[in-house]
Write a protein that binds this ligand. Structure first.
Ligand SMILES: Nc1ncnc2c1ncn2[C@@H]1O[C@H](COP(=O)(O)OP(=O)(O)OP(=O)(O)O)[C@@H](O)[C@H]1O
Ligand SMILES: [Mg+2]
Length: 356
C-alpha cells in the first residue's frame, strides 16, 4: 500500500477552500475510484487524468487506486482538480518526490494530450491557497497574470503536465514566472457633463453616488435614463487595492478577465440586455456559481430593469444571514455566496427621479 497527497482549491461562490487530494495505491482489481462528493465534471477527471498521464510519457499504474478529496462533505465541482489528482497519483506510485507537493496548491484542467487548460476562478483560488499557508501555487499559463495579482505566494505557470512533473522532480527545471504586472489602459469613463439639461436627475445621480444609495429613474423612452446611470459609475472613486481584488475575483469566477491585464481598478458598470432573465441578473447555478449582473456590478453599478423581481429573488434566496454585503442570494444550490450590492440597501425604497 502506498499513500501520497496533493493540494488544490474548491470554490464556493467566490470563496476558496483548500482541498486535500489523497491517493492510495494498493492490492485489488485494477481500477480508479474517485470519492469526496465529485460532480459530473470532476467524476470524468478519471478518464482525463489517465489519458493525460499516458500522453505525457508516464506509465499508468495497473493497480487498485483510490483518490479521495477532503473535506469529504464539501461538494466539489469542476475540472480544476485534474492537475492535483494526476500529481497525487504519480507520487503515490513513487514516481514523484513528495516534498514540494506538501506546500504547493495545484490548479488546472488536463486535456487528453497533457495540456493544462485554464479554469474559472483562479484568483480566488490563489487567495485561498495563500490564506491556508501554501507557499507555492501552480496554475495554467493562460491564467498566470491573474494568479500573480496575489502577493505573498510564489506563483508558477505551466502549459503541460509534463512541465509540472519535471519541475516537481527537479526545481531547477523551472516553470514560467509572472512578468511585469500590466495594468489595463485607463478607461475613459462617460462624463456627467455630456448630459444636457436634466438638472434634477443629474443632482440625484451625484447624491446617490456620493452616499452609495440606490436610484430609481423613471421616464419615457429615450429621455436619458441609461445615459445617466452609466455616468453615475464615473463619479465613484477608483477601487482601493483590496476592493479591486474583490471585484476582480468575481469577474474571475465569471470567466471574464483579460489574460494579460486582468486587474479591474475602476467600479464596473454592467448593462444587462433588456431581455435578461432574473437568473442572469441574480446569478447562481446548480454547481459552480455563475455571478449574475448584480454580482458583476459589485462596487459599481447596474441598471436593474426588473428591480422588483430582482429584489424579491435576492430576498427570497437570503431569508437569513444577509446583513452586510454578502448573502446566500444568487448562490449555487450546493452552497457558497456571491457578493452583491443590492439587497442590503434595497430595504429602503428607491427615490423616483423623473426624467422628462
Ligand atoms: N439629456 C440628454 N443629454 C444628451 N443626450 C441625451 C439626453 N437624453 C437622451 N439623450 C440621447 O438619447 C440616447 C438615448 O438615451 P437613453 O438610452 O439613455 O434613454 P432611456 O431613457 O434609457 O431610454 P429607454 O427607456 O428606451 O431605455 C442617448 O444615448 C443620448 O444620445
Ligand atoms: Mg434605457
Amino acid at each position: 500500500m502506498s499513500l501520497a497527497s496533493a493540494w488544490s482549491v474548491a470554490l464556493l461562490g467566490v470563496d476558496g477552500v483548500l482541498v486535500e487530494i489523497e491517493a492510495d495505491i494498493g492490492a485489488g482489481l485494477p481500477g480508479l475510484q474517485l470519492v469526496g462528493l465529485p460532480d459530473t465534471a470532476l467524476s470524468e477527471a478519471r478518464d482525463r487524468v489517465r489519458a493525460a498521464v499516458l500522453n505525457s510519457g508516464e506509465a499508468w499504474p495497473v493497480r487498485r487506486m483510490t483518490l479521495a478529496l477532503s473535506p469529504a462533505t464539501l461538494p466539489k465541482a469542476g475540472s480544476g482538480y485534474d492537475l492535483a489528482l494526476a500529481c497525487a497519483l504519480l507520487a503515490a506510485d513513487q514516481r514523484l518526490p513528495r516534498e514540494r507537493l506538501r506546500d504547493t496548491a495545484l490548479i488546472g484542467e488536463l486535456a487528453l494530450d497533457g495540456r493544462l487548460r485554464a479554469v474559472r476562478g483562479v484568483l480566488p483560488a490563489v487567495l485561498a491557497a495563500r490564506k491556508a499557508g501554501m507557499r507555492r501555487v501552480v496554475v495554467p499559463g493562460a491564467t498566470l497574470a491573474e494568479a500573480a495579482l496575489v502577493d505573498g505566494v510564489e506563483v508558477h505557470g505551466a502549459s503541460r503536465l509534463r512541465e509540472v512533473l519535471a519541475w516537481l522532480r527537479d526545481p531547477c527545471a523551472g516553470l514560467a514566472r509572472p512578468g511585469i504586472r500590466r495594468l489595463p489602459a485607463a478607461a475613459v469613463a462617460p462624463d456627467l457633463a455630456e448630459v444636457l439639461g436634466q438638472p434634477d436627475a443629474r443632482w440625484a445621480v451625484e447624491v446617490a453616488a456620493a452616499g452609495g444609495h440606490h436610484l430609481l429613474l423613471t421616464g419615457p423612452p429615450g429621455t436619458g435614463k441609461t445615459m445617466l446611470a452609466q455616468r453615475m459609475v464615473g463619479l465613484l472613486p477608483a477601487l482601493s487595492a483590496e476592493q479591486a481584488l474583490e471585484v476582480t475575483a468575481i469577474h474571475s469566477v465569471a470567466g471574464l478577465l483579460s489574460a494579460d491585464a486582468p486587474l479591474l481598478q475602476t467600479p464596473p458598470f454592467v448593462a444587462p440586455h433588456h431581455s435578461s432573465s432574473v437568473a442572469a441578473l441574480v446569478g447562481g447555478g446548480s454547481g459552480r456559481a455563475r455571478p449574475g449582473a448584480v454580482s458583476r456590478a459589485h462596487r459599481g453599478g447596474t441598471p436593474a430593469r426588473r428591480g422588483r423581481r430582482v429584489r424579491s429573488a435576492l430576498a427570497g434566496g437570503a431569508a437569513h444571514p444577509t446583513r452586510g454585503r454578502r448573502g446566500a442570494a444568487g448562490a449555487p444550490r450546493r452552497g457558497g455566496s456571491l457578493p452583491r450590492t443590492l439587497p442590503a440597501r434595497a430595504r429602503g425604497q428607491p427615490v423616483p427621479v423623473r426624467a422628462s
